[in-house]
Ligand binder design. Structure first.
Ligand code: GDP
Length: 301
């Protein structure tokens, strides 16, 4: 399926916001220390972080030497290669179908775009003829439940919801309902929380445990939704949620219109968890599979 026209442009324009254009580093005529220093600054400004920035600079210098590059534009293209190679391990599709139902637990901080991403994912899976059942395990916020209900209606999928119930119990019921009704995928939405809220992190562990009691081997996927616009903060969240729950995949949202897209390099270097999807807008169709090379090109063009 061809990418919807325009989203790559939105991704590019965000990534290139004033002051953070990496491509601008290569507009001169010389390959010298000043160029590498400017590049270092630009990568740090794009929130690639110290470790990935150092790795990329070393890797790039090696490539430049090997290719005997003499033109800054050639160096830029070598950086595209270096970044694409660094990001490659993150490029992995969400696999459904190995288990029936495949149970996907979705976690994240408030406002990251969790509910929106579940709506997008539901639409994506329903379009691929997958029978989806949603579990509204965010039992705290009525608004979150309602929003999920709207997405369920729109995609014409079933939803298991219970006002003020225990989120682990709702998830348990939803997995059993998914089994009984022959769902292909059960997606459990959980309430947003900060990884520093330890009692709430314990609650997530409990939800995960209880899902495993409803179905052996479940949840098959634990997805973290992170706001790409928060830069290095996103990396902190990835590490903390991974340590608590063992993440299997990420959805990185709001990559339309952010200058901090370099954080994907930091994630690749420090906690390489697959990026199943990226969010590139507020509409339901604004969900794309992650391509390392496309992303590297968008960041560096
Ligand atoms: P939740 O609290 O994590 O469930 O977050 P929501 O799904 O309610 O999203 C919070 C806000 O972010 C909403 O205004 C969404 O429309 C917006 N949002 C979510 N994903 C994206 C995205 O990929 N791009 C943009 N621009 N906005 C997004």
């Amino acid at each position: 399926e061809a990418p919807r026209k325009g989203w790559l442009d939105r991704l590019r324009s965000g990534l290139r916001k004033t002051g953070s254009s990496i491509a601008q580093v290569f507009t001169g005529t010389q390959i010298d220390d000043a160029l590498y220093e400017e590049l270092e600054d630009a990568l740090l400004l794009a929130d690639a972080g110290v470790k990935a920035t150092q790795f990329l600079l070393d890797d790039l210098k090696r490539r430049v030497k090997e290719a005997k590059a003499t033109d800054p534009q050639a160096v830029r293209l070598l950086l595209v290669d270096a970044l694409a190679d660094l990001l490659q391990p993150l490029e992995k599709p969400l696999a459904v179908g190995a288990a029936t139902p495949t149970v996907v637990m979705v976690v994240g901080v408030n406002g990251a775009g969790k509910t929106t991403s579940i709506g997008k994912l539901t639409r994506h899976l329903a379009a691929a003829e997958q029978r989806v059942l949603l579990a509204a395990a965010d039992t705290f916020r009525a608004a979150a439940r309602e929003q999920l209900g709207v997405w369920a209606d729109r995609a014409q999928v079933e939803i298991v919801s219970q006002e003020g119930g225990d989120p682990a119990a709702v998830s348990f019921d939803a997995v059993n309902a998914g089994k009984a009704r022959g769902a292909d995928v059960v997606i459990a939405d959980t309430a947003g929380r900060l990884p520093t809220q330890l009692h709430l992190m314990e609650e997530l562990k409990k939800i995960k445990r209880v899902i495993g009691k409803a179905m052996e081997g479940a949840p098959h996927e634990v997805l973290l939704v992170v706001d790409g616009n928060t830069g290095q903060n996103a990396l902190t969240q990835v590490k903390a949620f991974d340590e608590a729950l063992g993440l299997t995949g990420l959805v990185v949202t709001k990559l339309d219109g952010t200058a901090k897209g370099g954080v994907l390099a930091a994630i690749a270097r420090e906690r390489p968890i697959p990026v199943y999807f990226i969010g590139v807008g507020e509409k339901l169709e604004d969900l794309e599979t992650f391509s390392a090379r496309e992303f590297a090109r968008a960041l560096l063009e």
